[in-house]
Design a protein around this ligand. Structure first.
Ligand SMILES: Nc1nc2c(ncn2[C@@H]2O[C@H](COP(=O)(O)OP(=O)(O)O)[C@@H](O)[C@H]2O)c(=O)[nH]1
Ligand SMILES: [Mg+2]
Length: 229
């Protein structure tokens, strides 16, 4: 693969503390889910990267997603701004079993539109989908409600489970593909046609969900990862 087929994309994760941002990054970067004492609240921010291979106009492109995982607590709010500045994409997370976390997602979305205007594509991610699959009454945020909110801000919505891996690669692959199609620095707000719910057979599901490179795929590089205090 020649150098000019490789592009870098800065992605930031935002959202209330404990909704599952770090677990989402862990699943994407390392295809693992940490439980129990392995869990540590993110301090400041953590960075990791992974390359995803996409097809664009008949040729292979490698998108290196540089992912910034931020701390969700309000204490670190001003720090989070440092990380979303200049991002090409933001994954704004909430937890499907916590209505309050969607309110926090609305806050972050407003912030992004205010400071980044339309330079940053927004993906609204409902985390911990496995919890409502196992026990539907736990659900506090409906898929339709989230999709409607996403559409109103030119974002795309999806529900994921980092525990089972459901929709995680689909989400990050979509982030990479949208970037390739839209071009760096272009108007990054998703059009009304693009802004719909992804996954679970929804109309936004990519035709090839199996397209993301995995650890067994030579086209993938499961990236290095380090933390900043
Ligand atoms: N069942 C389930 N638990 C999850 C999922 N994602 C995260 N968690 C758990 O939720 C807690 C907070 O997750 P974490 O990723 O640290 O949240 P963060 O503060 O947003 O980074 C941890 O105990 C995780 O194990 C998920 O997809 N399913
Ligand atoms: Mg975290």
């Amino acid at each position: 693969m020649t150098g000019n087929t490789r592009v870098d994309l800065k992605v930031v994760l935002l959202g209330k503390e404990y909704v599952g941002k770090t677990a989402l990054v862990e699943r994407f970067l390392h295809d693992r889910f940490l439980t129990g004492s392995a869990y540590q609240s993110t301090i400041g921010a953590a960075y990791g990267s992974r390359a995803v291979r996409c097809r664009d106009s008949g040729r292979d492109r490698e998108v290196v997603l540089g992912v910034w995982d931020t701390a969700g607590s309000e204490r670190y709010e001003s720090m989070a701004r440092i990380y979303y500045r200049g991002s090409g994409a933001a994954i704004v997370c909430y937890e499907v079993t916590d209505a309050g976390s969607l309110e926090r997602a609305r806050f972050w979305t407003k912030e992004l539109r205010k400071y980044e205007e339309d330079r940053c594509r927004i993906y609204l991610c409902g985390c911990k989908r496995d919890l409502v699959t196992a026990d539907p009454p736990l659900r506090q945020v409906g898929e339709a409600e989230a999709a409607e909110f996403a559409k109103s801000v030119g974002a795309l919505s999806i529900e994921t489970s980092s525990k089972t891996g459901e929709n995680v690669d689909i989400l990050f692959r979509r982030v990479a593909e949208d970037f390739i199609k839209g071009g760096a620095g272009a108007n990054n707000q998703l059009s009304q046609q693009q802004a719909f719910a992804l996954g679970s057979g929804g109309q936004g599901a990519p035709s090839s969900a199996a397209g993301v490179s995995t650890a067994n795929d030579p086209g993938s590089s499961r990236g290095r990862c380090y933390c900043l205090g």
